[in-house]
Design a protein around this ligand. Structure first.
Ligand code: AMP
Length: 369
């Protein structure tokens, strides 16, 4: 490393006691805020809601819209570094924060390439990762053609879909016009269904100096598009796990990423990996890391965006993370056993399928770290 680079990186270092700003006020922001507080940082949350899970554990909450230029500039000036906890914030908000002189990590490229499924899939392919076959769909006629060429698959909105929302599963013969209208008549993609053997994800941390640290690859189970469970170790071969790790690291390098990201992957029956999507933030499939690893994803992300050295991702035990969705939160205390860690998000209202908390069941502690 040149002394010039060392110098500029030193300026980008947030000292202990500094202020980290987090855009977004949900559970990911809350868990980031708690982890940041444990390593001596003050946390400011920026979110449109007045009362949000993250704001209730932070030093200060800025309640304002994502297009409020004044509030964004004031928030930026109060923070040493800013990060975000979900990807559907306007890129313009990040630009306004940076214009006020505060670095935003990860940067715009990560946000831009993950907000739109078409851009995202093309980007993943451009860096040499395979994806399911897909087509751009801008109207019912496109959908009709895509369905007849690709067979069974998923119509997905290009923007703002999450947790299975904004997508419809279709088989040949289904009414394309009706499906297009049901999805809201918005720009979309149609993606061929992958007959996967399992779903995996690569949760990767990349530091300001480009150092990579990747967690053990979890195996994930979804129900109706929502994550139900993540478990480690995954039941995949060492070769597949190593490919999954490489894919995540390739993505992080290609984006010159700083922080934690997650790349979701399908493993096909013949052991090939197809990249599904990535999240430029801490991720639900990495929640187990907080309780099963020396350093969990929330602290690791915080360290990375503050320019600190990354800490160990070493896994101390096997783990199964189970999401508590909707009403399941009411019985979470009974469901935990003596090897479970209970994490609840402090959401005031229970809604069907809403992520209310999670349990991580820890197994087989290893003799040595
Ligand atoms: P997504 O919103 O793209 O992450 O999709 C949510 C979940 O739906 C995935 O984790 C899969 O379980 C399922 N899914 C999405 N796309 C496909 C696909 N092309 N083939 C098979 N399953 C899929």
């Amino acid at each position: 490393m040149s002394s010039e680079l060392r110098g500029s990186q030193a300026e980008q270092f947030v000292p202990p006691g500094g202020v980290i700003g987090i855009v977004g006020g949900g559970q990911l922001g809350r868990m980031l805020a708690l982890a940041a507080a444990r390593i001596g940082l003050d946390v400011h949350i920026y979110a449109p809601e007045k009362d949000c899970p993250a704001g209730r554990v932070a030093a200060k909450t800025w309640s304002a819209a994502y297009d409020d230029a004044n509030a964004l500039a004031n928030f930026a000036r109060a923070c040493d570094v800013v990060t975000f906890e979900f990807e559907n914030i306007p890129v313009s908000a990040l630009r306004q924060i940076e214009a006020a002189g505060t670095p935003v990590r990860p940067g715009e490229a990560a946000l831009e390439n993950s907000q739109d499924r078409l851009v995202e899939k093309r980007f993943l392919k451009s860096i040499g990762l395979n994806t399911a076959e897909f087509r751009q769909v801008d109207g019912p006629a496109h959908l009709e053609t895509a369905l007849s060429h690709l067979g069974e698959g998923f119509l997905k909105t290009r923007r703002a879909g999450y947790d299975g929302k904004g997508q419809i599963r279709l088989v040949p013969g289904d009414d394309a016009a009706e499906a297009w209208a049901r999805l809201g008549g918005v720009p979309a993609i149609f993606e061929q269904r992958v007959a996967f053997a399992r779903e995996l994800s690569s949760v990767v941390a990349r530091g300001l100096d480009g150092t990579l640290k990747t967690y053990d690859i979890p195996e994930n189970t979804h129900e109706t598009g929502v994550l139900r469970q993540s478990r480690v170790p995954a039941d995949a071969s060492p070769a597949v796990l190593s490919d999954a790790r490489d894919a995540g690291e390739r993505l992080a390098d290609a984006l010159d990423y700083v922080g934690v990201l997650a790349l979701e992957l399908f493993e096909t029956e013949d052991g090939a990996l197809l990249a599904n999507e990535f999240a430029p933030r801490v991720h639900n499939t990495g929640h187990w890391t907080e309780d099963a690893c020396i350093t969990g994803q929330f602290e690791q992300h915080t360290r990375a965006v503050c320019g600190w050295p990354l800490a160990s991702t070493h896994r101390l035990c096997d783990a199964v993370m189970e999401n508590l969705l909707g009403d399941e939160v009411s019985t979470s205390l009974e469901r935990a056993n003596k090897r479970s860690v209970t994490r609840l998000y402090g959401k005031r209202e229970i809604a069907p399928g809403r992520k209310m908390g999670h349990l991580t069941h820890l197994k087989h502690p290893r003799a040595s770290a």
